[in-house]
Design a protein around this ligand. Structure first.
Ligand SMILES: *[C@@H]1O[C@H](CO)[C@@H](O)[C@H](O)[C@H]1NC(C)=O
Length: 184
């Protein structure tokens, strides 16, 4: 009886220890489950009040063109991958010429719905994480229905300010690396 109890207790301890080990292991296996953050590049942001348009790109040439047309350069919004690194998923770009709106999504369902709504499929602009792993942070999605404009930000205060100003909070588009944290 005593040895049975001891066995029970030791199995319980073993179970607890293994569970704790698993939780620790999630942190430790980073190199294999995460993209190499050294490969992450800046995601540049431009926006135009005149066109009610927000646009992001990793390619500087795609940013200078709208800036030359009067878009404001808003800096680096996040860091993302340009190739599909471990655990990342495609971040699709869609554009509606009729309402001048750039829409970005990791959801193939939302991408296809937008295409049905008349948006043009511009393919993959980057690769980001679908869940909050590997030190990533939420990339918030907002929408202003009165001018049909999608807006994205990793800055919580910016999201809150926009929601207070009447923008719809459309949740989290995906998870990106902080613009201000250097890779390592
Ligand atoms: C990450 O990328 C950097 C730069 O490309 C490279 O030097 C480094 O070896 C890579 N690390 C891993 C774990 O692949």
């Amino acid at each position: 009886m005593q040895s049975f109890l001891l066995l029970l207790i030791s199995s319980l301890l073993w179970f607890t220890a293994t569970t704790a080990l698993d939780a620790g292991a999630i942190q430790d296996i980073k190199p294999r489950t995460c993209g190499n953050s050294s490969d992450a590049v800046p995601l540049f942001v431009v926006a135009s009040q005149q066109y009610s348009d927000f646009y992001i790109a990793t390619d500087v040439n795609l940013i200078t063109a709208p800036v030359n047309r009067g878009y404001a350069f808003l800096g680096v919004g996040a860091r993302v991958f340009t190739t599909q690194e471990t655990s990342t998923v495609p971040f699709y770009e869609l554009y509606s010429n009729s309402v001048t709106d750039h829409f970005f999504t990791i959801s193939e369902v939302d991408r296809d719905l937008a295409i049905t709504d008349g948006y043009t499929d511009y393919g993959i602009i980057a690769y980001i994480y679908p869940t909050q792993i590997c030190g990533s942070i939420p990339y918030y999605q907002l929408f202003n229905p009165s001018v049909a404009e999608h807006w994205y930000t990793a800055v919580e205060v910016e999201r809150d300010t926009m929601v207070a100003a009447g923008w719809s909070d459309e949740g989290i588009a995906g998870y990106v690396l902080d613009a201000n944290v250097c890779s390592g």
